[in-house]
Design a protein around this ligand. Structure first.
Ligand code: HCA
Ligand code: CU
Length: 389
């Protein structure tokens, strides 16, 4: 089943270059490639060598790094581009053609027989050079289904390694993705790749449904960067797949590197990692309400499906607010090595809640209260300290 045996095609160095703020120097591209390779992604997709002379040089340089990940470059379905791509020394080529009525009318103006002929020519050529080849239709979800299946059947018959479905405009939802991939799965024998944009926030769910329906490869980029608001984020897919099978994901990927690669790319494209980012957002392992905090202290799995330690991260229990509970305050006292009775802790908790009704508290405010109770206890004994309150 493909959920247990999927591959990531990491496209920060192709789709990610299409992000508004992206400009990667050659050395920065190499660093991104090395980090993603160390993280363990199976493929790196690189900008077409036809895009610019520097893109061509960078593609060839990354192809020569001897990475464990396979290198791919992404080109239009055209023999000139295919030749340039083969000459860079990459392991495989991702070919794309627009098949929707919009693209056929407003972009390249070609009909389906023409698309098939060009696809067959390019695929035969890439295969003859001993490289892996994928054929994808841009804007697949607004393409005619009969057209799509006709094209994919034709390329499958000549031995394309993979066909790709692209939700170029981000309009697909999980059910539509499932249905299309399922239908395609019954028509072709080759692998199936899914590329999904995130305009309506469905990119992770869509990628997961594609895998459930029989897709084998998913495109991602670090933090999801890409055209407009981007595609399936690497971290989001990892979180989703970890929830499916944590052992599988721990085995496949070097999870503590996720934060490093995200911080590196965020810096390069001048964005902050969002507070609610999958796994690495600064609140991703912060627990607040008293009931949550109590259960987390007893057993973190009560409110956590991801173990922060697997990602080299730690959880945080937020105690300085009016929703707090005495178990959380007690744990804070223990962290500060203050020995206080449960009655004292309960009295302090009541005081914290009263104060937090008046103003936004900081952890320092809580610590000051705990420490002053503790000193009072040392001077006068626990009962006196509570009574003095
Ligand atoms: C684009 C192309 C693409 C290609 C996807 C693919 C898309 O519009 O820039 O090759 O699978 O989203 O259709 O990124
Ligand atoms: Cu895209």
């Amino acid at each position: 089943m493909s959920l247990d045996n999927f591959a990531i095609i990491e496209s920060t160095l192709r789709e990610g270059e299409q992000f508004a703020n992206a400009f990667f120097t050659p050395d920065q591209k190499v660093e991104i490639a090395r980090l993603l390779d160390a993280f363990g992604v199976e493929y790196l997709e690189l900008t077409s060598p036809a895009a610019s002379p520097q893109s061509q040089a960078d593609c060839a340089r990354i192809a020569r790094l001897g990475l464990r990940a396979k290198t791919l470059t992404h080109v239009r379905c055209h023999m000139d581009d295919a030749r340039l791509a083969v000459d860079t020394g990459v392991d495989g080529i991702d070919v794309v053609f627009g098949t929707s009525s919009y693209l056929r009318e407003f972009s390249h103006g070609k009909d389906i027989p023409y698309i098939i002929d060009s696809a067959l020519e390019v695929i035969e050529y890439v295969k003859s050079q001993g490289l892996e080849v994928r054929f994808s239709s841009e804007d697949s979800f607004r393409s005619d289904l009969v057209d799509l299946l006709t094209i994919y059947r034709a390329v499958d018959q000549i031995g394309v390694n993979r066909v790709g479905i692209a939700d170029t405009v981000g309009l697909a939802d999980p059910r539509r993705v499932y249905d299309l991939v399922r239908t395609l799965r019954s028509v072709v024998h080759c692998d199936i790749e899914f590329h999904g944009h995130n305009d309506t926030g469905c990119a992770v769910a869509n990628a997961y449904c594609a895998l459930e329906a029989g897709a084998t490869h998913v495109d991602t980029s670090v933090l999801g960067i890409g055209e407009r608001n981007g595609i399936t984020p690497l971290g989001g897919l990892i979180a989703r797949m970890y929830a499916y099978d944590a052992d599988l994901i721990r085995r496949k990927y070097n999870l503590p590197l996720l934060r490093e690669v995200e911080n590196y790319v965020a810096g390069l494209v001048s964005v902050d990692v969002p507070f609610n980012n999958y796994i690495t957002g600064f609140t991703a392992f912060t627990h607040k309400a008293g009931i949550h905090a109590k259960a987390i202290l007893n057993n973190p799995s009560t409110y956590e499906i991801l173990d922060p330690a697997d990602f080299g991260l730690t959880r945080y229990i937020h105690v300085a607010h009016r929703l707090t509970g005495w178990n959380a305050i007690k744990q804070r006292a223990e962290q500060l090595q203050l020995n206080l009775t449960d009655d004292a802790i309960k009295a302090i908790t009541a005081q914290i809640k009263a104060l937090a009704d008046q103003k936004h508290l900081s952890l320092d405010d809580v610590d000051v209260l705990l420490r002053s109770y503790h000193s009072a206890t040392l001077e006068t004994g626990p009962l006196a300290a509570v009574a003095a309150d």
